[in-house]
Design a protein around this ligand. Sequence first.
Ligand code: IVH
Length: 675
Amino acid sequence: MADSASHAAARAEALRRSIEHHNHRYYVLDDPEIADAEYDRLMDELASLEAEHPELISVHSPTQRVGSRPLEGFEPSQHDRPMLSLANAFSREDVVEFDRRLRRNLAVDALTYVGEPKLDGLSINLRYEQGRLVEAATRGDGEVGEQITANARTIRSVPLILLTDNPPQRVEVRGEVVIRRRDFEALNRQRLARDQRPFANPRNAAAGSLRQLDPRITAARPLTLFVFGIGASSEALAEDHLGILRVLGDWGFRVNQRVERVEGADGLLDYHDRLVAERDDLDYEIDGAVYKVNDIAAWSELGTTARAPRWALAHKLPAREATTVVESILPSVGRTGVITPVAALQDVNVGGVTVGRATLHNLDEVHRKDVREGDTVMVRRAGDVIPEVVSVVTSKRPPGAEAWSMPAHCPVCGSEVVRLDDEAAHRCMGGLFCPAQRVGALMHFVSRRAMDIDGLGEKLVRQLVETERVRTAADLYQLSCSDLLGLERMGEKSAGNLLRSIEASKQTTLARFLFALGISQVGEVTARVLARELGSLNAVMNADEEALVALPDIGPVVAQSITRFFEQTTNRQVIEGLLSAGVTWDDPTGRQENATDDAGRTLEGLTFVLTGTLENLTRDEARAAIEARGGKVTGSVSGRTNYLVAGSDPGSKRDKAETLGVPVLDEDGFQAMLG
Ligand code: IVH
């Protein structure tokens, strides 16, 4: 009996070490050695062993990372050695002066430093006794923190048992708990999906997660620990700081990969500049560079002030957040008609750049963040992206500030503003008329699959709009040679060609015409359905939502978008102008449109799936060629698929077709089938 118990104890210990080892490979080194299933098997074996021998269960077991109950409150925890802060440098001169002062005090000519990223998270103190985690605490006032041991145990990059055979009797390990950017984004997406308030930034999320009374909540948050040093230790671990970090790495902690040995003030400044340049590519938020003298003997010589050691310095990076006041919230109309609420701000300097506007994305965001005119807000500028409003300082809200609402009419053209049922965005419905949408609408109108006007590129369209020669698509048909000759790089020959091309586009098809109008949600396929099923422009313009949803492949959102578009008098006026300029079509379905249609409906009743890249056709063209012959194109391979057309890099659809016995055509085979 005693024998079997001691056997179980030895096995449990071996399993724990093995699990900690694989945990380290997975969570710290991002380089697992075994499959997840194998890891689960080890955990299962340990769990059943502990179930059989409850006396073996201890808090140091990996099975206990997530189990404990909520606390009433946090106990205080006295650090063995105070957790100091860092002196700050805001300029290059501060850094040069730091190096000069240290060299003078130590009476040396040159100093070797360690450069580290200053992670923007929450510092933590972990106490290990005989290599086992016995207590974890927040920094608190530096002397006494809050004990958060159960929470720290849930963080997978915190070793419960150090990966060494001769740990010091007692040691404090210190580091920063953060949430990495990709984990943060996933966390916020998940919270939004559950109707929970998203966190403003990774730091707040990390802080909120670590100080939870219920460790099960902490366990569900993607916290990561990066260590940057030690506190008190019963034994000296190394002679220099890099040596300490190496030991911590060996024990199973994650040490930042961007830690570097650097020489002198020049080395420090160079390190800083490289860190600034890399900032946007890092997977975690940083707010500075930390410089530490490498030689530990120098630490005691230099000593500390009341607040911070004299041998270290934090060189601040430009802040990317700042607070300012929202003067007004303006609906801004984009070139596709989407209306974005934009906060007009009192100018504020954010990391060296003056910011006067910040996007609020859409109405839901305005309401979720509850941003109102007059509010003091936190704005954030990261990399090249448009500055955004992160959160509101509600305590500073002026009395009487009212919730913002989207205007009912477009601020640019006065057309109706509509939010289609399944969209986050509001849109101006005056697509053909709205000045904000002119260039976008015209580019679409003249494109090859729409009215197919050759020779009208974006530069030219911009010039026509900016010189007010063209306001709507109908004006294109009023252009004269002298109108065009005044434009940049426009000679008589190209003007003549363009006018001929415009003239030729007048003879079109109803389907192309409907597509060219640029109605939101109406692509080529829908335009063709409308033309074929309703037969005339009048019928399309006058169809109500009920009639539209009765048509094949048209859902309520598309129907709503179509009716709203034609309800705008301004849009109707532009259509009127196009028709009186002579735009016309004979056959509503556009069968006379090109030779392929003459080939007849040779693919009637056949369903195709397209995958991979074709050499001579785009996806759209392949789809159009199939549909022109009466065939159908769907997105995924099923038992009802007749052919899979596979270009290069076909991916999983090809495998699926083969499993289901669906014939696969290569590009040549497909061309042969088209004839
Ligand atoms: S060393 C005695 N190194 O910054 C030295 N701190 O402003 C104390 N921090 O409380 C800290 N990254 O939370 C050090 N690489 C790093 C750091 C770092 C982030 C935080 C830490 C500390 C605060 C001091």
